[in-house]
Structure formats: C-alpha cells, structure tokens
Design a protein around this ligand. Sequence first.
Ligand code: CTP
Ligand code: MG
Length: 401
Amino acid sequence: MQHATDEPGPRHAAIILAAGRGERAGQADGPKQYRKIGGISVLERTLGVFLSHPRISEVVVAIHADDEELYHAATQRLAQRPRHVVGGATRQESTLAALRAIEDSIDGVLIHDAARPFTDAAMIDRVLDVVEAGQGALPALAVSDTLKKATDGVVETTVPRTGLYAAQTPQGFPLAIIRDAHEKAAGEGRFDFTDDAAIAEWVGLPVRIVEGSPDNVKLTWARDIAMANDRIAGSNAFPDVRTGNGYDVHSFEPGDHVTLCGVAIPHDRKLNGHSDADVGLHALTDALLATCGEGDIGTHFPPSDPQWRGAASRIFVEEAVRIVRARGGRIANADVSLIAESPKVGPHRDAMRTAMAAMLGVALDRVSVKATTNEKLGFIGRGEGIAAIATATVIYPGEVP
Ligand code: CTP
Ligand code: MG
C-alpha cells in the first residue's frame, strides 16, 4: 500500500492580474492595486490569500511594464516574492501572458483580479473542487436587485432576474483547456471577452457556478478603495498599538524645591541635572519616543547643549508628542511611577496628572501618576535621589503586519 504522500495530488497555480491602470479609480495616487488599504497594499493583501492557500503551489502575477518598482515595494515583505510577467493592453492579453508562463505540470489554474483583495480561502476551495472534476468554475452571486432595460434613460422593460448571476473571480479551469482557449481567441483576433469564463464557454467547456461572497468586491472606483479602507479600520484586525517604557534617576543637592511631573513642590533639597531635572517627565519623554524607535531624550536634547540648562521639561514631552503625532500616532495612555522617600507625592498627584494631560493633549483619565518609597533600601532609601519609571501606549495608523 502506498502512502498518500507518495501520490502527489493535482497541482494548482494562481494568476493574479495586476497590469491594469485603474483609470476609473483615478490615478493621482497610482494604480489602484498598489494603493494601501488599512496600511497594506491591495496587491499584497490579494497575494497573501493565494500564497497561504495549501492547495496552490504557484502564483504568477501579471504587472504593467511601468510598475516594476511598485511591484517590488508591494511584495518585499512576503516570504517569497511570486514570479511575475509583463501583462498586455487588455485584461485578456494579461491573462494570456501569465498563462504562457505557467509550467505544463500544473493541472488547474485560478485567474483572479488583483483588485479583489477580500477573496477567502473557502471560496478558493469551492472553485478548486470543481476544477479537479475537470470543469470550469465561476464564483458568482445571484442578482438580487430588480433589473431594468432602458434606452436614453427611459425604462423599456423589467428583466426577469431568475437565473442571473454577477460574476466574480477567482475563476478556475483545467490549465490545458483554458490556455488553448485563450490562444485560440488571440489567434482569431477576438479580444472582446470580458472574463475567462466567457472564453471557456466559447470553446464549450462547462462552467459551473459556485457560491461567491458579498465581501469579494472588485475595487473599481476611488469610493470603493475608501470604503475598503474604512472597513479594515473598523474591523481593527490587528491595530498597531505600541508600548514604550522609560526610566530616569536624579540625585539630590542643596535647594528649596523639586519639580516632579511638571509640578514644583517645596522641599529642603532640589534635584541635580540639566534642565529642571524633572525625572518623571524625562522618563515619560523616553517612553513616548520608544513607541516609534526615535531614540531617547539624550538624542533630541543633548545634556551638553547649554540651551536646555534650567529648561522646563515639559518642552521635552511636547517635542516627543509632536514626533509621535507626525507619524499619525494617537496617545492612548501614559503612566508614571515615582520612587522617592520624600517629598510626599500624594497631595500633588492630581496637579501632576492635570499638567501631563495638557502636555499630552489627552483626557485626564488617560494619565496616571503613582508613587512609592523604596522602603529605605539602597540609594533612594537613603534619600540620595529620586527615580521614575514611565510607560506610554500609542496607537499608530495601519495594522501590525
Ligand atoms: N488588468 C490587467 N491587465 C489589463 C487590464 C486589467 O491585468 N490590461 C487587471 C487589473 O489590474 C485588475 C483586473 O484586471 O486587477 C480587473 O480589471 P479592472 O477592474 O478593469 O482594472 P483596471 O483595468 O486597472 O481599471 P480601469 O478599467 O478602471 O482602468
Ligand atoms: Mg479595466
């Protein structure tokens, strides 16, 4: 008896058509298949569905000759960049160019519009099941709107919608049959077929309808792209939430007040350091910068630079906030823990939170200040200085890939 693994099953390839110009979507921001929705290009999303499907062993992408750089950028994060060919002037010609690039050992081929990024694995399975039975497969949805035929804006008749379907992709076919059919159509100068199922029908291959998906829309107009973007943002699949931490410590020296989290507190000593030595705000600045890999407070405000001597540390926080916001970041919350034997922080906690909320531009309940002594242990316990630990959470646009 043979093991199942010794008997290779049918091999399937997918063609992703991405050579169009996307004229209806408006080209100001480039062809629609390279536009980002939810922070990731339409093409990368589409490829992801097919590259991760266990029954598909090869993916070939048809791209426009002008788009090599865009293609490179859109596929650079993929574990393996799929093979690509240069498409033609029409969708049909792009399909033929890709069909010619597929090895003969492939049994079935799926032909899919790059502009449909919401295809799902279950639909691919439904299509492949039909292809493995030797037929063409067309995912489609039964038409649900009432259909009217009109001339010059005047209705002539109501078209019965029974048996009418709206075609989607991926459409699937036995490779040899659809490739021969495409070659025949091209050979006869027939470039008027609007999809591959129409070519299959033309050569007499039975094409079976499988259930499409209402989510599997083709992005055609700018509005479709905006809606797709909103839909992803709304579903918030993997929002780009980032957390940063910061730590700082300053020693005491003779003085009459300390500044902690933006609030001056009378004390019998002061903290030593450049600026006003506000440990809480220094730790907070580092935590904010950490959420976008922007180094630390020393990178932006070198202690050697005399202009920061005696400076109010709120300017450091405000600069970090500006950097975070420039990248589209929204601050979700900030938390500072002060570790000190004295002064007592409790009476000033609300003033500190109010000051920090103003610097960060967030509501009061998103800001927290906590304090603890060090139980008389170590340098803090001996009253030699104050330490602070801060955490900040920032939500950036797009998704975690
Ligand atoms: N396509 C292609 N080669 C062409 C034309 C279209 O590979 N010469 C691809 C498109 O990139 C798209 C799919 O076929 O993924 C469906 O076509 P369509 O939605 O019409 O896209 P475009 O032709 O790019 O858009 P438009 O018609 O608005 O210019
Ligand atoms: Mg087109």
